[in-house]
Design a protein around this ligand. Sequence first.
Ligand code: GCW
Length: 671
Amino acid sequence: RADDGYRLWLKYDLIGDAGQRTQYRAATQFIASTTNDVVVKTAVAELQRGLQGLLGQPIPVVAKAPAGTKRGILLSVDPSANVSGSSTSKDGYRIAAEGKNLVVTGKSGSGVLYGVFALLRQLQTGQSISALSLSSSPRIQYRLLNHWDNPNGTVERGYAGSSIWKWYELPQQLDPRYTDYARANASIGVNGVAINNVNASARYLTAEYIQKVKALAGVMRPYGIRVYLSVFWAAPKVIGGLKTSDPLDAQVKQWWAAKADEIYKEIPNFGGFLVKANSEGEPGPQDYGRNHADGANMLATALGTHDGIVMWRAFVYKAGSSDRFKQAYEEFKPLDGQFSPKVLVQVKNGPIDFQAREPFHPLFGAMPKTPLVLEVQITQEYLGFASHLVYLAPLFKECLDADTQTKGPGSTVAKVVDGSLDQHRISGIAGVANIGSDRNWTGHPMGQANWYAFGRLAWDYNLTAAAIATEWTKMTLTREPKAVATIVSMMDKSRDIYVRYTTPMGLHHIMGQNIHYGPEPWLAEAGRPDWTAVYYHKADSAGLGFNRTATGSNALALYSPGVQKQWGDTKTCPLDYLLWFHHVGWKQPLPTGRTLWSELVTRYYTGADSVTWMQQQWASAKAAVDPTLHADITARLAIQRREALWWRDACVLYFQTYAKQPIPAPFTPPT
Ligand code: GCW
C-alpha cells in the first residue's frame, strides 16, 4: 500500500527476511506481565502490536512465563534495578537475557514502556535480540514538546496544517490521533507536552478548557506523558476579574494558588506552567515594576505542594538597545540564585532566535544556581518551513556539545542542561513541535526525523546525528543497506548545506520579514531596527559582519575567557561564526586561502549546488523507498533547489553592491 506517512517510525510491517523473522519468532513466543500499572499495560499492548506486525503472528500475553522450552519476554518493574546512566531517573530500563527468556525491567512503568520501545527498535532496525543486553537511562529529566498551538486551531510557525488539538470537540470527542501522538512521543522518550502557544490565550485556564485539557491529559497518562500549560500573565485580570496581575499582590497570588488547586483537582499529574512574559508584547511582572524572578516564584508558590514546575522563558528583547544578542543575559544573569527550587529558566539554543546557525546562548554556564532548560526549535521557522530538507540533529548537537568552559574545559551546554555541571536536582529540554494535522504529521516527510531526533537526543545527547538518522531511516523509509547509507549521508550534510546557501559564515537574520522565509538582506525598515536585516549583517563598503568584540557591542564579553579568546580573534574564530562577531574586510584573506568576498560567494554557490547533489542522492534511492513517499520528497527537493538559487542570487547580488567586486571564477556567470 502507498505510504501516507501517518505511522511515522512505528510502522511494524512484516520483516522481509524470513530467516531473521524465524529467529525473532523463536524468542518472542509469549509476553509475561502481571502488574496492573497503567503504563505497563500500555507497554504490553504496544509490544503485542509491534511483534504481531513485524513477525506476522499473534503473541499471547500470560501472567507467568510457562515452564518448558517456549521462549518469551518478561516485563517487570523494579525501582531499585541497576540501570546504567543516571541513578536518580525513574525512567531507566534494562533488557537482559535470563535463561531462555528476555526480561525488560523498568525502574517504573514508564521505564518498562521505554524498554519495550527499545526492544522493538532492535527488531525494526534488524539487530539481533538473542543474548541482548541493553541498559539505559535518560540524562535529562523533563523532556518536553512545546506546541505553539492556538485555541482557534492555527499553529504559530506551524507548517504542517492546523493544530491536532480539536478544542471544539473536546472533551467529549477524543480523536484517535491523540493516542497515536502519545505513542510516537513515548517511543522516543518524550514525557511532557506543553499543549498551547507561549503567546498564550487566557482561555486555557477557564473551567471549560480545564475539562478539555483534562481529557487530553487522560490520553497521555498511560504513555507516561504529562500535560503542561503555557499561561497568559494577565489571566487574573482577563478571566479573574482582578484589577491587576502584579505578582506581589495578595489577591493575584491567591488567584493563581486557587487556579493551581483547581487544575490539580482535575488533573492530578499536571506538569506545570510554561511562561513567556515581557517579551514581544506579552504582559509580565515588569509591567508592575517586578522582575522575572518575582513572577516565576509567585507561580512556583501557587503550585504549592503539587508536583509541578515552572518553566520561565528567557527569550526577551526590547527595541532600542545596543545589541539584541545581550539582552536576555543582561536581564537574567543578575537573577541567578533568586529563583525558587521549582523554577527552571528556559533558554533558546542561541542568543538571537533559532537561526540556521548560532553560537550557543551566553546564559549557558552563566547561571550556575538556576536549572536551565534548553529550548530548540523542531519546526523549521527559519530553516525552510516544510519545503526544505534540513535534518536538525547536527544543529541540536552543535549546541549540546558546545563548550562553555565556565568550569574549565568540558563544561558543555549538555552538562549545564542535564544539571551535572552544577548539581541540580531537576533538568529539562524542550523542542518546539513541528506537528500538525497533515496526514504525515510534519508536512515534509523528513520533518519526522527531526521530531524523532529531538526525543532521542533529549534521552541521550551522546548519540551521534548519523546514528539517529540511521535508526530513523531503517524504521521509516527502508532497510536496504545502500539506500540507508545514501539517505543518512544526505541527511547528515543537509543542515550545513542549508546554512551555506542562506546564511554562510555567521550571517544571520537576513530572511524575509514576518514570514521568516526566503532572503531579504536589504531590509532596512521594519518598525524597529532589530527586526531589519541590515542591523545584523552591517554590510558597508569596508566589509561585512557584526562587530561584537570590545571595539563593537562587546557581546563577546558575556562568554567565558577561553571562548572569548578563541572567538575574539579573526584568526582563530571558526569561519562558521566569523560574521557573528566580526566586521571583516571584503578583501581580508581567510584560512581557506580565499578573501572574505570570494569565500562568501563560494559558499553560496557550492551550497546551492549541493542541493542538486541531494536531489541525485535521493533519486538513487528510488527503488528502495515507497513510490508515493519518494515522489513527495522529490518534489520538495525541486522547490528547495529553486529556492536555494533564489537565496544565492539575492544575497550574492545584494552584497556585491557593497563589495564592488566581480563574482569569482569558477562561478562567474556566462556573459
Ligand atoms: O521565533 C520567534 C517567533 C515567534 C515566537 C517567538 C518566541 C511564539 O518568530 O513566533 O513566538 O520566537 O519564541 O516566543
